[in-house]
Design a protein around this ligand. Structure first.
Ligand SMILES: Nc1ncnc2c1ncn2[C@@H]1O[C@H](COP(=O)(O)OP(=O)(O)OP(=O)(O)O)[C@@H](O)[C@H]1O
Ligand SMILES: [Mg+2]
Length: 408
């Protein structure tokens, strides 16, 4: 299979690098995936370039072998607390002689919104996504193209990231011999694999509980209103267990995976678990669950703090959807429900084809989502997606891609 017929999603996580390959065509097809452990990142930030580079090379090579293809560029996810977002408005007057809104006008309007915000030199714009247009003062118009008007305004969602941290990720991908097709904020990519269109229309919070970060994406009325990440995840749970039980991290991780539960009250008080095969040391499973529950609550509290500015727009009617490896902790959903004060369900990546068993893991949600995101970009670069139009900052020039126009 030729590289041009395939797409590569690269999720460089705190615990692993996942490479997912999808096939192009009218419908996205997942063809293969590989996941390689990596300790080169902390809380989404590269701390070891050689280790990260090596893991990227290995994951991509494995996935390529599985599919029998060589790929030159990847859609690369970025996350971490340095990701931040803001919503900005742009407004333009339309020329008197020609009042029918054209693609050029939409592009100018989006550029006006981007110009309206000042992005500090140490930050880089990753996405500018249209959330809705207003045509001659009439709000909530999703696609203004072809309408006659004199004024066009757009509400955009702008995602920025630390320039240095983005450069460090890009350097690792580059040194692994792969080009960066596009950088994608991980919460947005993950949402593509997990959320349904209906949930996004009603309003929903996506929480990707990873190893070192928990990514957040909030959708209201079908468009993204918040993108961010809190610097805590499953690794913090493991660390707390290691400290509380006086064991090493690998032992604490094993205890978490085998006996972990996020709801202490569900664990019978008399249950004990062995801490070591050699020595006769054991602990109460209820105590283990208490340690886990405290940290999991803390993660959701941090997430809630990020969303505090939403006021009466919280909670979203569809509640929260949890994914990521950390969401595999038994009984995590009820803890999310109680701490966030909304419904909560677990979400696994939607897999239409391919090595289902591997791809359906919540840990692969971002990798799969990156392929879905890439597919939309690659297949219909001039159409309006259900998520709105995106403006990509490329070589200092704002290039806009409109996708799936009028399809939704
Ligand atoms: N069965 C399980 N039960 C509980 N926790 C689990 C389970 N499987 C994986 N985890 C936890 O999931 C976390 C890793 O999740 P994931 O692979 O989504 O993270 P990542 O993408 O590498 O990191 P990040 O998104 O923070 O950059 C680890 O902390 C791991 O202990
Ligand atoms: Mg992740």
């Amino acid at each position: 299979m030729a590289g041009a017929e395939t797409l590569l999603g690269l999720d460089i996580g705190t615990t692993k690098v996942a490479a997912v390959i999808g096939g192009r065509g009218p419908q996205v097809r997942l063809l293969g995936a590989a996941s390689v452990p990596c300790h080169g990142l902390k809380r989404g930030i590269v701390v070891d370039v050689p280790e990260t580079t090596q893991a990227i090379r290995e994951a991509v090579t494995k996935a390529q072998r599985m599919v029998g293809v060589e790929l030159e560029a990847a859609w690369v996810g970025i996350t971490g607390q340095h990701i931040s977002c803001l919503n900005a408005r742009g407004q333009i007057q339309l020329p008197r002689a020609r009042r029918q809104i054209s693609w050029d006008d939409v592009e100018r309007d989006m550029a006006a919104a981007v110009d309206a915000v000042s992005i500090p030199p140490d930050r880089q714009m990753i996405h500018a996504i249209s959330r809705g247009f207003s045509v001659d003062g009439e709000p909530r118009i999703r696609n203004p193209m072809g309408l006659s008007a004199t004024r066009l305004a757009v509400e955009t969602h702008i995602v920025t990231a630390s320039r240095n941290l983005v450069e460090n990720i890009t350097k690792c991908v580059d040194q692994a011999g792969i080009g960066v097709a596009e950088l994608v904020a991980e919460p947005l990519a993950t949402a593509d694999a997990i959320l349904t269109e209906e949930e996004e229309e009603l309003g929903v919070l996506l929480l990707d509980v990873g190893g070192g970060t928990t990514d957040l994406a909030l959708f209201l009325e079908g468009s993204i209103v918040f993108t961010g990440a809190v610097p805590a995840g499953g690794n913090n749970v493991t660390h707390d267990l290691a400290v509380a039980l006086g064991v090493t991290h690998p032992v604490a991780e094993q205890i978490k995976l085998t006996h972990g539960c996020a709801r202490a009250s569900l664990v019978p008080e008399e249950e004990t678990i062995s801490l070591s095969e050699e020595e006769e040391s054991s602990t109460s499973r209820r105590f283990v669950a208490e340690v886990i529950e405290a940290r999991v609550q803390e993660i959701f509290r941090l997430a809630a703090q990020e969303l505090a500015a939403l006021g009466d727009r919280w909670p979203p009617p569809s509640g929260a959807v949890l994914t990521g490896g950390g969401s595999l902790l038994p009984s995590i959903a009820p803890v999310a429900r109680d701490t966030l004060g909304c419904r909560a369900r677990l979400g696994r990546p939607r897999v239409v084809s391919g090595p289902t068993e591997l791809l359906e893991s919540p840990a692969l949600a971002t990798g799969v989502g990156l392929v879905y995101y890439a597919h939309r970009e690659a297949e219909s670069p001039r159409a309006m997606p259900r998520r709105g139009l995106r403006v990509l900052p490329v070589l200092g020039r704002v290039i806009a891609w409109v996708r799936d126009l009028f399809t939704s």
